[in-house]
Design a protein around this ligand. Structure first.
Ligand SMILES: [Zn+2]
Length: 458
């Protein structure tokens, strides 16, 4: 009896699986006909597994996988999209019509780009480009090269995209102008911005870039550039300012040593610096508000007069701006302003009695307390704050909350948050993941701790 039972058991197990496969095929094809891509993908990929030579199933499974991946990408579900694409790339490409073959590599690249896997994304897009010079792939490749700060390849891909007859969209012009500017060709960047403005005359980003590039062209025209070990410095060659410029360069070198060490991050390219011959040139050239001593917008911009104060004040100014440069790199340009400014100020490593004084003033009364800014508001750039009083509140809050995080949770947690941001996380997800608080709870905690420290009744 025993062998029979075993044989029976085997048959019983095998039979439904076969039936399921037949169901998968029929149900999958029905889902496909109804454009229900998720079900079509799940059912047809299972049917393909049991009958890999069924051409109709393989082709439709591929199509369903690509349509489903597109939906996943549109809702930022990059990891799931990647899994779907990895499955689709196991289908024999010979079964897929030539004009659709590039899609799997293209979508895989989009998922990798979303996950911050830039090198893999570039490889996938290059594979897709081999199969089709689709403008969307060329543009995505330009974006990936930009993320890698490979500006000349980024310019080349964006330009090819434009020439290949792709619909010139707004982000293409923005990307192209930015890449040309970063590649050091402000004149060309201006040309692209102007072409963009012809097509999109009221786009605020293009208009702002136009103003910025024109401003820079005007003030940097008379400057020359010198390349050092860690810095490329633009300056106006006025001999009477040589000592001040040397002081700034020495301070920059010291900042480089200390900040790269503290963040264990060493830039692979020279840092770009512009030293302005006067504060007037600094404000007109950088567009910084008049309360700013220096600024960072991808380049460190500093008026030569910063070296006329004490050595300690110069050290703080330069360290502050250089820290912005490092945070920008470490977070892959995804750090909210309050953490950027907080870390830049902490890195200055001096007592900031003024910050506590500002906070005591605001927290002391219900009416002024309501004027304080929450962390959400402090995520965007402070350069748009024109009122110096509001600006100092924004800086004070940023400094104190960042100090609170470092004191309560440690610098290691801050590094992890920066890593999460670099991987594409939002600041709320990073805070929740690493500190188990949301931003309003964090705000409540640091303010409570501040109030206790200064015996405030609130
Ligand atoms: Zn700053």
């Amino acid at each position: 009896m025993k062998p029979l039972l075993l044989a029976f058991g085997f048959a019983l197990l095998a039979l439904p699986s076969f039936l399921f496969a037949a169901d998968d095929r029929a149900n999958g094809l029905a889902a496909f006909a109804a454009s229900n891509w998720k079900d079509a993908y799940l059912l047809l990929s299972a049917a393909h597994q049991s009958a890999p030579s069924d051409r109709d199933v393989s082709l439709k499974a591929y199509h369903a996988a690509m349509a489903y991946a597109k939906d996943l990408l549109a809702t930022q579900r990059h990891q799931e999209a990647l899994t779907v694409c990895e499955w689709a790339s196991t289908i024999d490409p010979e079964l897929v019509p030539e004009s659709f073959r590039f899609l799997v590599s293209h979508n895989k690249g989009m998922a990798e780009l979303g996950l911050g896997k830039i090198d893999s994304a570039i490889r996938s897009f290059l594979q897709a480009k081999e199969l089709s010079s689709n403008p969307t792939t060329l543009q995505a490749l330009g974006v990936a090269y930009s993320k890698k700060e490979d500006w000349s390849n980024a310019v080349s891909m964006f330009t090819q995209c434009l020439r290949s007859g792709g619909k010139p969209d707004l982000s293409l012009f923005q990307g192209l102008a930015h890449a040309a500017y970063q590649a050091g060709d402000t004149g060309k960047a201006l040309e692209w911005v102007r072409q963009g403005i012809l097509a999109f005359p009221s786009d605020p980003t293009l208009l702002a870039l136009d103003a910025k590039y024109r401003r820079e062209n005007r003030t940097e025209e008379r400057m020359r550039e010198s390349t050092g070990l860690n810095f490329d410095v633009k300056f106006e060659d006025l001999s009477e300012q040589q000592d001040l410029r040397s002081k700034i360069l020495r301070a920059l070198d010291e900042a480089y040593q200390s900040v790269t060490r503290d963040f264990s991050f060493y830039p692979d390219k020279n840092v770009r610096v512009v030293i302005y011959p006067s504060s007037v040139d600094f404000s007109s050239g950088s567009g910084a508000p008049n309360w700013a001593a220096a600024n960072f917008d991808g380049k460190i911009r500093i008026p030569v007069g910063a070296a006329q104060g004490s050595d300690d004040s110069l050290r703080r100014i330069v360290t502050h701006e250089f820290t912005h440069f490092i945070i920008d790199k470490v977070s892959k340009q995804n750090c909210p302003a309050w953490l950027h400014e907080g870390l830049a100020q902490v890195q200055e490593k001096n007592e900031k009695g003024w910050a506590s004084a500002v906070l005591r003033r605001y927290m002391g009364h219900k009416k002024t307390r309501e004027q304080m800014m929450d962390l959400k508001t402090l995520e965007g750039s402070f350069l748009s704050i024109s009122d110096p009083e509001r600006a100092s509140l924004a800086y004070a809050e940023s400094y104190l909350v960042t100090k609170y995080i470092i004191g309560q949770y440690g610098m290691f947690k801050v590094s992890q948050i920066l890593e999460d941001l670099a991987g594409g996380s939002s600041i709320s997800d990073a805070l929740y993941g690493r500190l188990a608080v949301d931003s309003s709870e964090l705000q409540r905690r640091w303010m409570t701790s501040f109030a206790e420290e200064f015996h405030l009744d609130w």
